[in-house]
Design a protein around this ligand. Sequence first.
Ligand code: GLP
Length: 268
Amino acid sequence: MRVIIKNDYSDCSLWAANYVAYKIKAFHPTPKKPFILGLPTGSTPLGMYAELIKMYQAGKLSFENVVTFNMDEYIGLPPDHPQSYHHFMHENFFKHINIPQANIHMLNGMTKDYALECQNYEETIKRYGKIHLFIGGVGADGHIAFNEPGSSLSSRTRVKTLTNDTIKANSRFFENDEDKVPTTALTVGVGTIMDAEEVMILATGAAKARALHHAVEGSINHMWPVSILQMHQHGIIVCDEAATNELKADTVRYFKEIENQALKGIKK
Ligand code: GLP
């Protein structure tokens, strides 16, 4: 696992955006061989999206041959609901870049047949082969996408019931009214995320420090779903100093040193 420790939120956002751009360009995507990107919502990735939009606007990056799969969507919110993840993605990313509408995949939280919707989602990913880079945030309780503590670490796309902690945390987007937050969501599974060629988790702010401790120093445990990243061949965590508050000083030093060594190697 790589742990990239940056000074603050904006440095993390820039690093993550540069990494996404580098991966897309190095892949040389074409209509027949698109780059497949897994995408998150939440406040953490907003800075990364803003940087990616800037790169597109400056003519430095194209999303023409990029196909996206979003992680999750609330059940019962129509796509035009201001708090739906469809709306979030459109407003904060898709409407600003040149991604063809047909390349965007999102779970439909208004479906009448959840099982079929989830099965189709998994099959569509498989038809493309695999997700090349899955980007995620992490909840303060260690959830990834909407895989709450106790989720099967080999789970696939399905319905999940949100925990009280998540409802409370996400109520900030629903006028601080917990009753307005949907109680269920459709989400890719932990297994779906782990199947990606590479997984990059963004964790910023002191509120994520406990989750980061479990992800990096804890043992793999379903009560901290993000800890499964330890089993991924190409897992990256991008975090700021504040999120490392609960890591041992030695752990922080180790990951900083190893990234510096790698940088020196590249410069040589
Ligand atoms: C939600 C999303 C997750 C996201 C988490 C953290 O629950 N389903 O994908 O990682 O929130 O969000 P934030 O980045 O706002 O802290």
